[in-house]
Design a binder for this molecule. Structure first.
Ligand code: SAH
Ligand code: SF4
Length: 474
């Protein structure tokens, strides 16, 4: 590894907490509790980052609102993976003109992956004067200091320097929900898939120390969380940057050893680094969910090569067989990009045939989106949007059909599920997840939220299962 893993010293985080308390004195001086809103776009890593933003804001004395007209501080945590997400962010930030007019002291911050791209920061600088603060993912740990600067200076503050990123421990978290929790085990990505902006905006791969991850997992279990999802862009390369003899499978085992009744999930696994050791470990660890998200992106070797994915169709299929050998009941999901530059009808047919062969439980499908600065952005892209849309529709139809068939096969079975929330609907007022992560709608007592229980599956469609409490639950 030709760069050094950077960490933020604990005293620097302490300093941020001191600033939080200064802000607290300032914003609570007039009695009424100030309010903040954090609006999150994109992936689970962003959700986890927003929990940190809310953690800091809570330390500063802010309560939370969903109403942008009530908020004294609005933080928009953005995504850059596809153009569609960026357009939504820009539209919604533009709409904040109204709230700022109604509440002139309102502070608007835009952070996250989108603004780590220079052309986007420029766009905000020029066209969105209502925005007071812009900071990239690498600066999140010093959000209090940046917010303080805005309060002192009454001007605009930018913190989006290019860097590889660091690991910061000790940032307070304000988690959403009490059953499911995100646990970041590593940050950044080294893979440089040719279509993807993530390595440019999130920096290089850096792992948290295993003892920090295990301590956080232990805290989550004692706090009553039952479903812990380990997060990283490629969890299979966990630990490679550490001078320890530890890999992702070892980490799963350490977390599995924590006493308590809970489930371990993780995402995302890159097929180039998925090992038989990982599948064996999953099979041997009783708390590890039988669920694997293994994005294949394409079924064509030609396209996989152009994407720089570093595996072939054959290797992917072998991995799926190995994973299913260890876990016959595995729930397998994937991501697929349709319309990568130069993808022909023949390439796309290979993707369809791979999906028919593997029969994923669910597929997340995306139309290729050109990202500034990535190698794919300069590749010839002769096919029209309409042609790509036709492929996309065909893939969606296939994905929906297979999901419906897979869900249909659950009908009449008994499943152990974790009830994870209320839906607000009358007929099926609770939602739950099977061990493999499939959604189950249930009718029952709101007291069941947070409980593992047996349900009999009575129905299923493309998106979900339906069930009722099985006799004999304690
Ligand atoms: N690190 C994860 C993926 C993170 S991005 C992995 O490698 O699996 C989530 C998904 O968004 C990707 O799997 C891919 O399918 C999709 N994606 C990423 N960049 C994209 C782009 N430029 N256009 C369309 N989809 C994209
Ligand atoms: Fe993007 Fe590839 Fe890294 Fe995933 S592994 S974040 S798709 S570059």
């Amino acid at each position: 590894m030709n760069y050094e893993r950077q960490t933020i010293p604990p005293e620097k985080i302490e300093h941020q907490l001191t600033i939080c308390h200064e802000i607290f004195d300032r914003v609570t001086a007039h009695g009424a509790r100030p309010l903040a809103m954090v609006d999150t776009y994109g992936c689970q890593q962003n959700e986890a980052d927003s929990e940190k933003l809310r953690g800091y804001l809570a330390e500063m004395g802010y309560g939370f609102t969903e109403d942008e007209f009530q908020a004294d501080v609005i933080v928009v945590n953005t995504c850059a993976v596809r153009e569609h997400a960026e357009m939504r962010v820009l539209g919604n930030v533009g709409a904040l003109n109204h709230t700022k007019k109604a509440k002139p002291g309102q502070i608007i911050a835009v952070c996250g992956c989108m603004v780590q791209q220079q052309h986007m920061t420029e766009k905000i600088r020029q066209s969105y004067p209502i925005v007071n603060l812009v900071f990239g993912p690498h600066e999140l740990w010093r959000f209090p200091e940046l917010l303080w600067q805005v309060m002192e200076k009454h001007g605009r503050v930018y913190a989006t320097d290019k860097q590889n990123g660091a690991v910061a421990e000790g940032i307070p978290r304000n988690r959403e929900g009490s059953v499911k929790a995100w646990l970041s085990i590593m940050y950044g990505c080294n893979n440089f898939c040719t279509y993807c902006v993530v390595p440019y905006v999130r920096g290089r791969e850096r792992s948290r120390l295993p003892e920090d991850v295990v301590r956080e997992a232990r805290e989550l279990v004692s706090a009553g969380y039952k479903d812990i999802t380990l997060l990283g862009q490629n969890v299979n390369s966990y630990g490679r940057d550490l001078d320890r003899d530890v890999d992702f499978a070892d980490l799963i085992r350490m977390i599995n050893d924590i006493p308590g009744d809970f489930l371990i999930r993780f995402m995302t696994s890159h097929p180039k680094d998925a090992t038989e050791k990982l599948f064996r470990t999953m099979a041997e660890c009783e708390k590890c969910a039988r669920q694997l998200h293994l994005p294949v992106q394409s079924g064509s070797d030609r396209i996989l090569k152009a994407m720089n994915r570093s595996y072939t169709r054959e290797k992917y299929l072998e991995e799926v067989s190995a994973a299913r050998k260890w876990m016959p009941d595995l729930v397998l999901t994937t991501d697929i990009i349709v319309g990568f530059p130069g993808e022909t009808d023949e390439d796309f047919a290979e993707t369809l045939s791979l999906c028919e062969q593997v029969r994923f439980d669910a597929m997340f499908t995306f139309i290729y989106s050109k990202r500034v600065g990535t190698p794919a952005a300069t590749m010839p892209d002769p096919f029209t949007r309409e042609e790509k849309q036709k492929h996309f529709d065909a893939l969606t139809e296939l994905a929906n059909r297979i999901s419906a068939e897979k869900h249909g096969a659950y009908i009449g079975t008994r499943q152990r599920v974790l009830v994870d929330g209320e839906t607000g609907r009358e007929e099926y007022n609770l939602s739950a997840r099977t061990n493999g992560g499939r959604l189950v709608h249930l009718k029952g007592d709101p007291e069941w939220v947070g409980r593992f229980m047996d349900v009999d599956i009575t129905g299923g469609n493309t998106w979900a299962l339906y069930g009722k409490e099985a006799d004999g639950n304690g």
